[in-house]
Design a protein around this ligand. Sequence first.
Ligand SMILES: [Zn+2]
Length: 250
Amino acid sequence: MKTSFSISRFGGINISIHWTFIVLAIWIFLVNFSNASVISGLIWSAVLLITLFASILVHELAHLVAANYFGLYPSAIVILPIGGVASMTSKARSHWHEFFILLAGPLANLVIACLLIFFIHPYQAYWNESENIGVVNAENFLFQLQVINLSLAILNLIPAFPMDGGRMVRTVLSIKMNAVNATSIEKLISTFIAFALIISGIFVVNFYIIVFGLFVLATINAVKAFPSENMQSQTKRRKYKSFQRANVIE
Ligand SMILES: [Zn+2]
């Protein structure tokens, strides 16, 4: 099944949007329309989407800058609501290179969220107003930007696919086993986390936790397995040649 839609090719990199991002975009528009007039709802929905997209872009750029530093280049990027999944043309030379490339994305969002504290006054007032969460307007725009970046940082550190945290766990597992097994184990962990989120979301009657659990379930397979170089014979290497092209630091 086709789960993402190609939007452009930039410098040889195929960029596509996963269907979950399109669902999120529709949801943002619906929430803003129900809380404002048609025109302002339309404008602020667009502003929030651009803000989210820009934050994801910064997140992705941080991964790419770190990847470049370690001599890796992307061949494709899939945009998800929590960031992107980039396939690299080659494999990281060490597990720790891979680990730091994955960490760079959430770290960039955390830095932005921390810096924004200095521009939001008075700070407590925003967190105490529930209408400031999810609905953007001229007064709470910077606060929204901070919530988005803080969410991108925290959600990406959850140890489940397709988040960076899940891929970091896979990287650590890959130190002790081949990459295919490490991916399978992390997929099991991710499925368990997804169901735990859905069940706890139902239990505490929180719609967002349930939706996030469903999102994890729907996107686990956006992360592909890759064969470990040192585990393969020459024949297997030929067989997995296409696999190797879409490799590693997704
Ligand atoms: Zn990331």
